[in-house]
Design a protein around this ligand. Structure first.
Ligand SMILES: Cc1ncc(COP(=O)(O)O)c(C=O)c1O
Length: 400
């Protein structure tokens, strides 16, 4: 049996260089076409794989190792889209983050992380990693020299997220990248909200790119998965953690994820267009005091977002003057958009961070973070914008 990494796919390195994201999303990582074989890689729902004779396999293939054919196909597609040597698909976005951090740290090491992170990522770094002897200093990337002044001799990781939840701040990874290179540390970036269509952090020098593939990559709110991308050497270390800790992606979920990525580029084009249109429309509505969207001139990071991103995404935040009660009424009166946490799917989902990602903060802390009661987060789906506007108009009236 051929080793998984030897298997031929239909994307040569030259094709990877030449193809655009739409073509890569469809073709990269797919098995080389052979007459009579299925156009779509079937679900290989098998934990293990035959050997001809004891010890004859050049690479042990086992679905916990991340090298089941479905896991490999999705990883190759992602590496092609990110422009990295390798990727690894795992069981969730949090598994991706945890394995990446575990892969490059040991007891006594230190992490510098942006304070604008997904809640579970912050908790993992602040509360969990200290039990393994790894401490984290959280910094505000807005402050001059924030990264540099927090670094120590034992700093191993600089960790950031862009765009951030739910105020969609955009931070420049090139600053931590430069510092990490000088110090022999590793930069990690969670780019879930951008997807590889809007942002490819590895091209800016980021060493490890993390995605919750549960969101835009899967795109249909029907799977939980995560992806880590980077150099072959670093991803090899992450894979060792996968083998030891075991959060493998089920082959069926890997198949669903691969199917989702085939339409990522068209979905993101629509999310980008609808996100911008809805955000601009919301900004003019009575009863709304602020809209957070990196494509609006009013956003603090509009210039940087224009420089770094190929699209501003489908995530929009806004603050209702009528506060928490108004936001409750707004949510209750929606008919097209639905109330649920999570994001990045075909359907428009609405949530209030005070009940989800930021439930652990006091109202004062939330206000300080730009998320007062009355903040509503929208993951703009693929519906017609005019239908969402009609839906929101009615819900906004009810919220006042
Ligand atoms: C930015 C970001 N990173 C990571 C995660 C964790 O992903 P998962 O739920 O797939 O573990 C999430 C989940 O909402 C997220 O929004």
């Amino acid at each position: 049996m051929k080793s998984v990494s030897e298997e031929r796919t239909n994307d040569s390195p030259e094709a990877r260089e030449a193809w655009g994201p739409g073509t890569l999303g469809v073709h990269a990582g797919a098995p080389e076409p052979r007459p009579g074989e299925a156009v779509v890689l079937p679900v290989v729902q098998s934990s293990t794989f035959f050997w001809n004779a004891p010890g004859d396999a050049p690479e042990l293939r086992y679905s916990r190792y991340g090298n089941n054919p479905n896991q490999v196909a999705v990883a190759k597609k992602l590496a092609a889209l990110e422009g990295t040597e390798a990727s690894l698909a795992v069981a969730s976005g949090m598994a991706a983050t945890a394995l990446a951090v575990l892969a490059v740290t040991r007891a006594g090491d230190h992490v510098v992380a942006s304070k604008h992170l997904y809640g579970a990522t912050s908790t993992f770094l602040a509360d969990e990693m200290p039990h393994r002897g790894v401490t984290t200093t959280f910094v505000d990337p807005d402050e001059t020299c924030a990264w540099e002044s927090a670094m120590r001799d034992n700093t191993r990781i600089l960790f950031l997220e862009t765009p951030t939840n739910p105020v969609m701040r955009v931070f420049d990874p090139r600053i931590p990248v430069r510092l990490a290179r000088q110090a022999g540390a590793v930069t990690m970036m969670d780019a879930t909200f951008a997807s590889p269509i809007n942002l490819r952090p590895a091209r800016l020098g980021v060493d490890i790119v993390i995605h919750s593939a549960t969101k835009y990559l899967g795109g249909h709110s029907d799977l939980i998965a995560g992806v880590v991308s980077g150099s072959r050497e670093l991803i090899g270390r992450v894979q060792r953690m996968l083998v030891l800790y075991g959060p493998a992606l089920d082959p069926h979920a890997a198949w669903l994820l691969e199917r989702g990525i085939k339409t990522l580029s068209v979905r993101m084009a629509r999310h980008n267009r609808s996100g911008l249109e809805l955000a601009a429309w919301l900004e003019g509505r009575p009863g709304i005091s602020r809209v957070s969207y990196p494509g609006l001139a009013s956003h603090p990071d509009r210039t940087l977002a224009g420089e770094l991103l190929d699209g501003f995404g489908g995530m929009v935040g806004f603050v209702l003057e009528s506060g928490g009660a108004g936001a409750d009424a707004f949510c209750r009166n929606l008919e097209v958009a639905r109330v649920a946490p999570s994001l990045g799917g075909v359907e428009t989902l609405v949530s209030q961070p005070r009940f989800t990602s930021h439930i652990g903060l006091t109202p004062e802390e939330r206000t300080q973070a730009g998320i007062p009661d009355g903040f509503v987060r929208v993951s703009v789906g693929l519906e017609e914008v005019r239908d969402l506007q009609r839906d929101f108009t009615r819900a906004l009236e009810a919220s006042r």
